[in-house]
Design a protein around this ligand. Structure first.
Ligand code: ADP
Ligand code: GLC
Length: 484
């Protein structure tokens, strides 16, 4: 079989730049694909932090005449596991302080249409026969709205590779004023319901969903949920129409990065065979977060963006009840100002019992996965979710709202599932604070039953969430699209 060549276009890739799960996936999936023989190369914008960490590289292409865009060039470097990395260097668009999507003030960059229009455009140029690289992918794998225009550009180009669009979160759509169609040099005819138009705007995401040869999303359950209201966020009709071209593939995790037996961030390493080390991590976490050093009080952990999606408003609402259970809580996150303030306020009101860190901290996120007894993830919707996968691997059963990838990856603890060895966490149905609280009570009840608790944690740690299986599933999609 000829080697399969794939261009993986993404707006973030860990460890160079990450705001959430897309960064993790882009850091790990290409490596897993290479391990099964797919020649995959990553394309990412040259944000300041990416260029700064790039190391040895060479310029492999220049783009001086892309209509509508400032001059840019392509730098070629290498990621871990020898994954080739193509960095789109365009100082006018990417060399600035702040995040990939927003400035320090928390507002979207005003020129995001141009910034991600260029990323989409260059991915498409590389996906055509006259690719300046001398390497033309068989297929372009796009991710979320930031590369949603690639399938559209490819559709209107000559000698173009087919494309897939992977949906990581349908809430973010990249919708811009209609005149953007001309600014980005898309053919005016594509501004229609059978094209990129979405309620009078140009939608990058809609463009991808409409023109991609295949659509994937990051869990089987979410693939079903988005074909209906409310989780289709307006795209449900199109997705239902294209359901034969829509595949849900559960994300894996980077088992090298997330391994309690080797994790350098931990106070003490531990494994399924030697779980006792977890206690030292709990104590270290309590100490770091200013909590009372209580080995026998269950400690709940949260690592999350603090946004409406994540449902943590419910947890904040019932947090005062936790101390009576008793249970402790640690939270790490950034996001909406109001939620950050509410979390900070709780930690002030319940010193020693609730600890909050507002910020982004890689090492603390590992320490919470390891040191907490239970991990809380009450998301309103969750395309896949990675933290519940990490927490199971760290023997920290998750408490989840039964939605999207959370429902696909956590087995609710019942007498039956405990007996057959499948139980791995606590699920609640119905997005209310009462239901969340009932699940927490159930979890805390089991925590005090030592034999069952140990069995549950062992189940969690035995689960296999490695990328290999998912990488095989992506390859199968690629081959299907290519008719091979
Ligand atoms: P999403 O992509 O919707 O935010 P995921 O669960 O898929 O949710 O992935 C979130 C990723 O971002 C995880 O790797 C998580 O550990 C990380 N993360 C989120 N918030 C923080 C934070 N404040 N500090 C460190 N890591 C964080
Ligand atoms: C998105 C989703 C999250 C998913 C991640 C990676 O950010 O919100 O559920 O795990 O993408 O696919």
């Amino acid at each position: 079989m000829p080697e399969l060549k794939v261009l993986f276009a993404t707006s973030e890739v860990a460890p160079l730049v990450k705001t959430g799960g897309l960064g993790d996936v882009s850091g790990a999936l290409p490596a897993a694909l290479r391990a099964i023989g797919v020649d995959v190369r990553i394309l990412v914008p040259g944000y300041r932090q990416v260029i700064a960490q790039l190391g040895r590289h060479e310029t492999v292409a220049t783009f001086d005449t892309l209509p509508g865009f400032p001059p840019a060039r392509l730098l070629s470097g290498t990621m871990a596991h020898d994954v080739p990395l193509l960095v789109l260097d365009c100082p006018a668009l990417y060399q600035r302080d702040g995040g990939p999507y927003q400035g320090a003030s928390g507002h979207d960059w005003a020129d995001n249409a141009l910034r991600f229009g260029l990323l989409s455009k260059v991915a498409a140029v590389l996906g055509c026969n006259e690719s300046p690289l001398g390497w033309r992918p068989d297929l372009v794998h796009c991710n979320d709205w930031q590369t949603g225009l690639t399938p559209a550009y490819l559709h209107f180009a000559q000698g173009a590779a087919p494309s897939i669009l992977a949906i990581h979160n349908l809430l973010f759509q990249g919708n811009f004023p209609p005149e953007t169609v001309n600014e980005l040099h898309l053919p005016p005819s594509c501004f229609s319901i059978d094209g990129v138009e979405y309620y009078g705007k140009l939608s990058f995401l809609k463009a991808g969903l409409f023109y991609a040869d295949h659509i994937t999303t990051v869990s089987p359950n979410y693939a079903k949920e988005i074909q209906q209201e409310p989780l289709g966020f307006g795209m449900q009709g199109l997705l239902a129409m294209r359901r034969n071209k829509l595949t849900g593939i559960l994300n894996g995790i980077d088992t090298g990065e997330w391994n309690p037996a080797t994790d350098p961030h931990l106070a003490q390493k531990y494994s399924r065979a030697r779980m006792t080390g977890k206690a030292a991590n709990k104590q270290a976490l309590q100490s770091r977060m200013g909590l009372n050093l209580e080995p026998d009080v269950p400690l709940l952990g949260v690592v999350s963006r603090l946004t409406h999606q994540k449902g943590l408003d419910l947890l904040l609402e019932i947090a005062p009840l936790l101390t009576g259970l008793p249970a402790q809580l640690v939270m790490l996150g950034t996001g909406e100002a109001q939620m950050e303030a509410a979390a900070r306020d709780l930690s002030r009101r319940y010193p020693g019992q609730i600890g909050v860190h507002i910020g982004f901290s890689e090492d603390l996120s590992h320490q919470i996965e390891a040191g907490a007894d239970l991990f809380v993830m009450p998301s309103r919707f969750e395309p896949c979710g990675l933290n519940q996968l990490y927490s199971q691997r760290y023997g920290t059963p998750p408490i989840i709202h039964a939605t999207g990838g959370l429902a696909d990856s956590v087995v609710d603890c019942t007498p039956e599932t405990l007996k057959d060895g499948s139980a791995s966490g606590f699920a609640f149905h119905g997005m209310t604070a009462e239901n969340l609280y009932a699940a927490i009570q159930r979890a805390v009840g089991l925590y005090h039953d030592q034999a069952k608790w140990k069995a549950l944690r062992k189940n969690c740690m035995a689960k296999d969430f490695s990328w290999e299986r998912s990488a095989e599933a992506y390859r199968a999609v690629y081959l299907k699209v290519l008719g091979r």
